[in-house]
Design a protein. Structure first.
Length: 241
């Protein structure tokens, strides 16, 4: 009596979380991997353009099974840039204390806090916090704040999210502006005052919920009322979710 081959049954293998991770085909195990593809039309042409990413390079001895999800030529692909399509959703606002954005105040011995938080019912995705500082001629020698001596306690940057306060950074001297994690500072020493601009870049990852009282806080902890210091503000840029 002879034997007849039975059709091979395909089997999907799952991990402990119930995610499909491999498939058995013809008594061989093939790992499942993610592949992301964007297909669209080059501007002004009918040619199809495709950008593909694969999780990892093929290892020796592996055979890769791939599937694709493609868009027809000419289809639109929307990629978020953090800029809202509705201009009304854009928020540009100073952090303030009592309605004033002027941070050249006396914060010693009593610190002065400048804050911004969205109103009730609003969730704000913060893109950046821009600090602009002008003063008489100053250098980045590591021992000065503007043309004055470095600060004792500094300017403190914090977030208050869901009642948890997190310190981000403290500025005590001119060099600290260069260390702010984000955009490269701009220094202009060609006019009557030196101008420095530096920004914390959050890229929308920081979200402030007005219903829980979330806010950004900039606290002045020294006396910044020197006549040599001309201007200091912090401007928040964001978009309503």
């Amino acid at each position: 009596m002879g034997f007849q081959d039975r059709p091979q049954q395909n089997t999907i293998l799952y991990d402990d979380s119930g995610n499909a991770v491999a498939v058995v085909l013809d008594n061989s195990i093939y790992r499942l991997e993610a592949r992301s593809t964007i297909v669209g039309q080059a501007l002004g042409t009918g040619a199809e353009k495709k950008v593909t990413t694969i999780d990892d390079a093929e290892e020796a001895g592996e055979v890769r099974l791939q599937t694709e999800a493609r868009l027809a030529p000419g289809s639109q692909v929307n990629i978020s840039t953090g800029i809202p399509s509705d201009p009304a959703a854009l928020v540009i606002n100073f952090v303030e204390n009592g309605g004033s954005e002027d941070m050249l105040v006396d914060g010693d011995p009593t610190p002065v806090a400048f804050t911004y938080g969205p109103g009730a019912g609003i969730v704000l995705a913060v893109q950046s916090l821009l600090v602009v500082f002008t003063a008489d001629d100053f250098s980045f020698d590591g021992d000065s704040f503007g043309p004055n001596s470095l600060l004792t306690n500094g300017i403190k940057f914090e977030t208050d999210v869901n009642s948890v306060v997190t310190e981000l950074f403290v500025i005590k001297q001119n060099e600290d502006f260069l260390r702010i994690p984000g955009r490269i500072p701009l220094v202009n020493s060609t006019g009557p005052k030196d101008v420095l601009s530096s920004a914390f870049i959050f890229g929308g990852l920081l979200q402030l919920d007005g219903d829980t009282g979330d806010q950004l806080i900039v606290t002045i902890q020294d006396d910044l009322t020197s006549v040599k210091l001309k201007y200091l503000t912090a401007t928040l840029y964001g978009a309503v979710e």
